[in-house]
Every structure is written in structure tokens, then in C-alpha cells.
Design a protein around this ligand. Structure first.
Ligand code: ADP
Ligand code: MG
Length: 331
């Protein structure tokens, strides 16, 4: 119970994009090499995430749906978090706000399926699936029209979903991703597609960033790599000439998780201060990696904010590395 109390309580599912984030993170935690996301009506009527990961044993399906059941942490080790998920909250929360079906097959076992609607968990049934896991969430917030009303248009919710999938795709260049919109029925429309990259991490990242942000970003950015006091910084930062009029293209990751962190964004701005006019925003995809004990990812239940043990070092690392790279690039 102590570990549960230490976990910030809060809503996991605010909108379709937060459901997609939880499901794709689960797929990545399961070691998936490919993740296929299908949505309809901005995710309001359908979200389906299929992966080729390790699968869930039929006997464990009810457990996966019970609150605070997670296979990823033993409770004594909350500060030492390597996987995306650690609270065991996502699936129960999704089962409470929509019609959720999980079909899964663990290697060497038969496939099984479980459904939950309005928090009522059904029986485990035999199913047909070659491998991995398919989680389907239909009619999000159908039982709570007040929350449904607060969602934005299908188009806006769909864009938020694409943003989530793209950020996770940047963090995992060796994994193949697709995002398909089947609103109109049939095969639907491919919104986003990223093939699995190969080679070393920088090659893979460069290839993935070209795919997600465009070859122009990849061609106009400098490779960044630096280290200080156990903090490792890597990624690509665009030349000042490739800046934007809005701060929409700053992609920051801590230990492989996409974050929106004021400290990191502030450091990025500070690094470009001498190179950019005030109304321009830098474009960058930067990864900070460190021992999990040096950063607290439990600040917010949506896990997009983090707190570093030593913020000054993180800031200094980013500002120093980027300034040096930008100065060296001759701009
Ligand atoms: P958490 O990710 O915090 O552990 P979740 O509620 O998201 O909690 O998932 C509960 C459990 O269900 C996970 O710990 C994992 O064992 C299992 N699980 C969920 N999604 C998948 C998946 N796509 N593949 C394999 N196992 C999964
Ligand atoms: Mg999870």
C-alpha cells in the first residue's frame, strides 16, 4: 500500500490521445518490434493497438485489469523505473471509461480474450491471434456524456493522437509504427507510418527523425552528444536557419520517455539565445539518459513532467553542448 500512496493519484485518461499513449507504452514495454494503431472518429469510437510483444498469459488477463496490478515493479523500487508503465492503472482506468477488449497470446500458449465494460470484467475466453496483443477500446466516455462533451473535434483529437504516436516513434527508432484512421470504414487512411530503422542508434534516430520531422530537418541538424556527472545527452539540434515561428518542434525525452519539461525547454532556448532572434524557436530532438535514481518521473500521473535531482547540471549540459555545436557549425 505504501508504494500505491507514493504514486500521484489522478486521471490517466483525459482524452483519446492519453489512452493511445498508455496502450502504445504498454506495447513497447512488452518488447514489441511493431505497433499498429487504428482509430476512428478521433479515437472517440475506436482505438485499437496491436503489437507483436510478449503477450499476456490467459490466466493473467483478469489480473492485468485489476487496479494497481503491474508486472513491471515490485513496489519497493519506485524510484528505479526503467519501463514506461509502473502504476498498473491504465487498463483498469480504460475499462472503466469505455468498452475494452484485450486479446493476447503468449508464446507457447493459446490465445485468449477478456472484455470489460463499465468496470464489469467478463470471463476469459479462447480467441484467435497469432502472437502479441491487441487492445481495443470502443466508445470512450460513452457512460459519461459530460466528459465526452469536453473532448475537441474528431480532427483535433486525431491530431493529438498522431502527435503522441510520433513522439513515441521518435523515442523508439528500431520499432515499426503505423497509425490508421478508419473513420470512413474499410481500409481507412494511413495517417502515419514509420518503418523499423537499423544500424547504430544515431543512424536509426537520424532515419526515424527524417521520417517523422522530414528530411529537411535531418539535413539541417547537428548531431549532439555530451556527458556530465552521469547525465548523457544525445540527439539532433537544427541549425538556427531552420528555426520555426512557433515552439511546435521541440521533442524532449528523458530515459526514453517523451516529456514536456520546463527546465529542458528553458535550457534549449538558452542554448540558442545568441543564435536566434526572439521571435524564432529552435527545432530539436534531444534525449537525456541517466540513472533512474537521478530523476523523478512520478511528478505527474501522465508522466510528461520530470524532476531532476540536480537541475543545474542538466541545464548546463544542454546549454554547453548545444552552444558548442552551434558555434562550431559556423552559424
Ligand atoms: P502498467 O503498464 O503500469 O503495468 P497497465 O494497466 O498499463 O499497467 O497494464 C497492466 C499489466 O498488463 C502490465 O503490467 C502488463 O503485465 C500487462 N500488459 C498490458 N498491456 C500489455 C501488452 N500490450 N503486452 C503485454 N502485456 C501487457
Ligand atoms: Mg501501462
Amino acid at each position: 500500500e505504501a508504494s500505491i500512496n507514493r504514486i500521484a493519484a489522478g486521471e490517466v485518461v483525459e482524452r483519446p490521445a492519453s489512452a493511445v499513449k498508455e496502450l502504445v507504452e504498454n506495447a513497447l514495454d512488452a518488447g514489441a518490434r511493431r505497433v499498429d494503431v487504428t482509430i476512428a472518429d478521433g479515437g472517440k469510437t475506436l482505438i485499437r493497438v496491436a503489437d507483436d510483444g510478449c503477450g499476456i498469459a490467459g490466466a493473467d488477463l483478469p489480473l492485468a485489469l485489476s487496479r494497481h496490478a503491474t508486472s513491471k515493479i515490485d513496489g519497493s523500487d519506485l524510484l528505479n523505473i526503467h519501463t514506461f508503465g509502473f502504476r498498473g492503472e491504465a487498463l483498469p482506468s480504460l475499462g472503466a471509461v469505455g468498452r475494452l477488449t484485450i486479446t493476447s497470446r503468449m508464446a507457447g500458449q493459446d490465445a485468449a480474450q477478456i472484455a470489460v465494460s463499465g468496470g464489469q470484467i467478463g470471463a476469459v475466453r479462447p480467441a484467435a491471434l497469432n502472437s502479441g496483443t491487441v487492445v481495443e477500446l470502443r466508445d470512450l466516455f460513452h457512460a459519461t456524456p459530460a466528459r465526452l462533451k469536453f473532448l475537441r473535434t474528431d480532427r483535433a483529437e486525431g491530431q493529438a493522437i498522431a502527435d503522441v504516436v510520433k513522439r513515441l516513434a521518435m523515442a523508439e527508432p528500431f520499432v515499426a509504427f503505423t497509425l490508421r484512421d478508419v473513420s470512413g470504414g474499410g481500409e481507412g487512411r494511413m495517417v502515419f507510418r514509420a518503418d523499423a530503422q537499423s544500424g547504430d542508434l544515431f543512424d536509426a534516430l537520424h532515419g526515424r527523425l527524417s521520417g517523422v520531422l522530414g528530411t529537411e530537418f535531418a539535413d539541417n541538424s547537428i548531431r549532439i552528444e555530451a556527458e556530465r556527472d552521469g547525465l548523457h545527452l544525445s540527439g539532433f539540434a537544427a541549425l538556427p536557419t531552420y528555426s520555426r515561428g512557433a515552439a511546435v518542434a521541440q521533442f524532449l525525452f528523458v530515459n526514453g520517455r517523451p516529456v514536456r519539461d520546463k527546465l529542458l525547454i528553458g535550457a534549449l532556448r538558452a542554448a540558442y539565445f545568441d543564435f536566434l532572434s526572439r521571435d524564432r524557436h529552435p527545432v530539436a530532438a534531444l534525449f537525456v539518459d541517466c540513472d533512474p535514481t537521478l530523476v523523478d518521473v512520478n511528478v505527474h500521473p501522465a508522466k510528461s513532467e520530470v524532476r531532476f535531482r540536480d537541475p543545474g547540471t542538466v541545464r548546463g549540459l544542454i546549454v554547453g553542448a548545444l552552444r558548442a555545436a552551434l558555434a562550431g557549425s559556423g552559424h
